[in-house]
Design a protein. Structure first.
Length: 360
């Protein structure tokens, strides 16, 4: 059976660190925690779980900090987590089984990163990451912001999720890192332009975000999946700016890279037609979204809501406006499978049962 070193970088994580470590402490064989300048009780909490607590001065470079944490690993494989990550019980069991059965010839195991969940336990954002890597391969982190682990060799995809449970968002932190890159005159890669666009969008700088996404799209280099989402995210910026024409144009532009539609795109196109009160066209696009299935081996972002409850809930609204209460009710019931306690869904149910004479 393989052995596992957990490697983490932390700073002021007193609210969440114990929660994270409690979900993994009995699975890993070693815990290495690198603190980058905490001023709260983070170090004190870390020392309750391990005597392998180290210190590294923060230099505004996440890759440097993560690489430092990896240097302290001594076991066969390295598992990395952030302090606001957890392993749910079902995933703890899967990881234990993987540890007992993993072929040592495997260089890396990718796992899902469930970066968001709603109030009903549905995953809202998911993508894959190389999560468990062979120590002797000496894989390195790249990128000072939105870093990635440069991995090669024998990689397998596991059906295990690491769940992100963020308490608060670090507003402006990553934007500051990118601004320093600009001030230094660093050359931006397509990946930099994509993630800089994301940071600008999330902080409400929509015009600048569009510029950054366009720079990603215009470059011949770069991951095709980033270009797909550069188009989709650019459309969201246009929506926030009230420019429906360019919003729709950006969504159709994504087809140039994805080749076939994604539910994330179809649902957004449906919403444009819904806002225009062109309900039949909206229904067409929402229906397409429900027929698509996300690729479980795909490494780019996936937003499961757009494949499941969201298009059904919107079709409920569209059919209601068309006066087809039966179909409206059917789609609301499909949405209710995913969000049984959603107040909007329950309101629709009561209203439609009254319209259809189903209420007692």
């Amino acid at each position: 059976m393989i052995t596992i070193s957990l490697c983490m970088i932390v700073k002021n994580e007193e609210e969440v660190l114990a929660r994270c470590l409690d979900t993994v402490k009995d699975i890993v064989d070693e815990i290495n925690i690198v603190d980058t300048g905490s001023t709260d009780k983070t170090v004190e909490i870390a020392k309750q779980y391990t005597d392998r607590v180290f210190f590294f001065e923060w230099i505004g470079d996440f890759a440097a900090a993560r690489n430092e944490s990896f240097k302290h690993a001594t076991k066969d494989y390295i598992l990395y987590l952030d302090a606001d990550d957890v392993l749910l019980e079902k995933d703890r069991k899967k990881l234990k089984e993987l540890k007992e059965t993993l072929d040592p010839s495997v260089d890396s195991v990718s796992m899902y990163y469930d970066a968001g969940t709603d109030d009903f336990g549905n995953v809202t954002l998911r993508y894959r990451r190389n999560r468990l890597v062979k120590r002797e391969k000496n894989f390195k982190w790249r990128g000072d912001c939105h870093q990635y682990l440069e991995v090669y060799g024998n990689i397998i995809n596991a059906d295990i999720s690491v769940t992100h449970k963020k308490i608060r968002h670090s507003v402006g932190r990553n934007l500051n890192i990118y601004q320093k890159k600009i001030d230094r005159g660093d050359a931006f890669s397509p990946r930099d332009y994509f993630y800089y666009g994301n940071e600008l969008r999330e902080n409400g700088h929509y015009e600048k975000a569009i510029e950054s996404y366009n720079k990603n799209i215009e470059m011949k280099e770069g991951w095709i999946e980033d270009k797909v989402y550069a188009c989709i995210n650019k459309a969201d910026c246009y929506r926030f700016l009230g420019d429906m024409e360019n919003e729709l144009r950006s969504l159709f532009q994504s087809f140039e890279f994805s080749k076939t539609p994604r539910a994330e795109t179809c649902s957004r196109i449906g919403y444009i037609f819904q806002r225009r009160r062109e309900y039949q066209a909206a229904i067409y696009w929402y229906d397409q979204a429900t027929k698509l299935v996300p690729d479980s081996n795909k490494w780019s972002f996936s937003y499961p809501a757009y494949y499941t409850w969201y298009p059904h809930l919107q079709m409920c609204v569209c059919y209601y406006n068309l006066g087809d209460f039966e179909k409206s009710y059917q789609h609301n019931e499909e949405a209710r499978k995913y969000r049984p306690e959603d107040k909007s869904v329950l309101h629709n149910k009561q209203l439609l049962e009254s319209k259809l004479g189903l209420s007692k």
